[in-house]
Design a binder for this molecule. Structure first.
Ligand SMILES: CCCCCCCCCCCCCC(=O)CSCCNC(=O)CCNC(=O)[C@H](O)C(C)(C)COP(=O)(O)OP(=O)(O)OC[C@H]1O[C@@H](n2cnc3c(N)ncnc32)[C@H](O)[C@@H]1OP(=O)(O)O
Ligand SMILES: CN(C)Cc1n[nH]c2ccc(-c3ccc(F)cc3OCCn3ccnc3)cc12
Length: 392
């Protein structure tokens, strides 16, 4: 990375590795906005065989094409044993937040066959950086078909989504990646809590510990059949105002965090079957909400296993504890995830997560998730505990 050349990223308004020691550089936007009349009006050129297409995720047919492209060509773990398998319902949830732009859901088709071979998306988000609330695009689902890799298609995809975001007068973006690019604002470790250890060992996700038997391992990860916190219940629509107040107050402590209003909370946190689960703690005495936890459903395909095809994984999303200890709240989250037949519960070491990871028997994952801002410089790299943002 530091020695590597980044022919595309060196041309972009992002923190460059060579700038890291230049303390004269100010925190904030790197480039000023361009007058809209000067933003390139027409799409970037693609190689001749290909054409741009805007993907309408409300179209069952288009959503299925996007699902299939990602299901066969999206992110795999380092050992190529698992591949994310975002569901169609999840993709519609992820791409249709309040104020979304269809034009930011960008595909590339083969002109002759109309086959979808690449995809990239943006969604609008208000992200606070210290005391600065910035309108940004959250960029995600960048995917080039396995057969078209290493042809420099990704930079064209990135420039095109940048152009379309600029057309909406937005000049910053946030994104994450498992790869190191110029330049991470923080690098988070991911952790896994076994819920179905036998299956995880059968498929090679986990290994039997030294001097451990399978039955000893199953006992180690066993959880109670029901939650322990009085007043712990599924979130409902009527909880949105109180959950929004809890979340906005809690988020103020982090350097980078989403600025979510009630409409955002209704979209991002209200339970949706097989997509997002959220629970609140309603005090039995006062009936006030004191805490909430949430996790999203993102299965991974198990590549080439004879009997198991899918790993059912829950990912910790936003959790706020003001009365129930976070440890107890997150243990209840594990208990409901086990009740819902998840195989594993994943979490990043962001926010206050490192206070419960080891105690709740999470094991460290084999890689890192790096966070990036586009056209916004931070003077110092952040600690994961200073980050309050979780991208899907
Ligand atoms: C103001 C608004 C701004 C909006 C835009 C903000 C920025 C948004 C940025 C996007 C955020 C996405 C976030 C997101 O979706 C979450 S990260 C998940 C990305 N997707 C995957 O890993 C799926 C499987 N892999 C692929 O489909 C391909 O390998 C991809 C398409 C990843 C690269 O295709 P390829 O055929 O393997 O490679 P070439 O076309 O030959 O291109 C090579 C160039 O691409 C750079 N590269 C590689 N992986 C990258 C990645 N994950 N981010 C950014 N850049 C990435 C690489 O460093 C090199 O540039 P360099 O020579 O300078 O080093
Ligand atoms: C965030 N969002 C942008 C998707 C994304 N892109 N790149 C990634 C690299 C790691 C993680 C990640 C995040 C949290 C976590 F607990 C485990 C993870 O990956 C395990 C390795 N793996 C990859 C595929 N199947 C298993 C997500 C992502």
């Amino acid at each position: 990375t530091l020695s590597q050349s980044h022919k595309f990223w060196e041309t972009q308004p992002v923190g460059q590795f060579k700038d890291l020691r230049d303390t004269s550089l100010r925190e904030g936007p790197i480039e000023s906005p361009t007058p809209l009349s000067e933003v390139k009006q027409e799409p970037y050129n693609l190689p001749n065989l290909y054409e741009w297409v805007t993907c309408d995720m409300d179209s069952e047919e288009t959503c299925a094409e996007v699902y299939n492209l990602l299901s066969n060509n999206y992110v795999e773990d380092d050992e190529n044993m698992f591949r994310f398998n975002y569901s169609k319902e999840f993709l519609r949830w992820a791409l249709h937040p309040p104020g979304y732009y269809k034009s930011w859901h960008i595909g590339v088709r083969v002109k002759s066959s109309k086959k979808l071979v690449a995809f990239i998306t943006g969604i609008p988000a208000r992200i606070r950086v210290r005391s600065d609330v910035v309108s940004m695009a959250e960029v995600n689902f960048l995917c080039v078909h396995k057969k078209l890799r290493s042809k420099r298609l990704a930079p064209v995809m990135i420039k095109e989504v940048t152009r379309r975001v600029h057309l909406e007068n937005i000049w910053q973006a946030a994104y994450t990646a498992g790869v190191v690019l110029p330049t991470p604002i923080t690098s988070c470790q991911y952790w896994h809590r076994s819920l179905n250890p036998k299956k995880l060992i059968d498929v090679g996700f986990s290994r039997l510990g030294p001097r451990m038997t399978m039955s000893r391992t199953m006992k180690l990860f066993k959880l109670p059949d029901s939650t322990v916190t009085p007043g712990f219940r599924k979130m409902e629509l009527r909880d949105v105002p109180a959950v929004t107040r809890l979340l906005r107050t809690y988020m103020m402590q982090f350097v980078v965090a989403p600025d979510l209003d009630e409409l955002d909370v209704e979209h991002w946190i209200l339970p949706k079957e097989d997509v997002i689960d959220s629970y609140v703690v309603e005090s039995p005495e006062t009936h006030k909400l004191t805490d909430f936890c949430s996790f999203y459903t993102l299965p991974s395909s198990i590549l080439g296993h004879p009997t198991h095809s899918t790993l059912k994984a829950a990912y910790s999303y936003y959790n706020v504890s003001t009365k129930t200890p976070l440890l107890q709240l997150m243990n209840d989250a594990l208990i409901v995830a086990k009740q819902k037949d998840f195989d594993v519960f994943n979490a990043l070491d962001v926010m206050h997560n490192e206070t419960f990871l080891k105690e709740l028997k999470y094991g460290p994952g084999d890689g890192k998730l790096h966070y990036y801002l586009y056209n916004y410089r931070l003077k110092h790299i952040l600690r994961p505990s200073e980050l309050g943002l979780v991208l899907l």
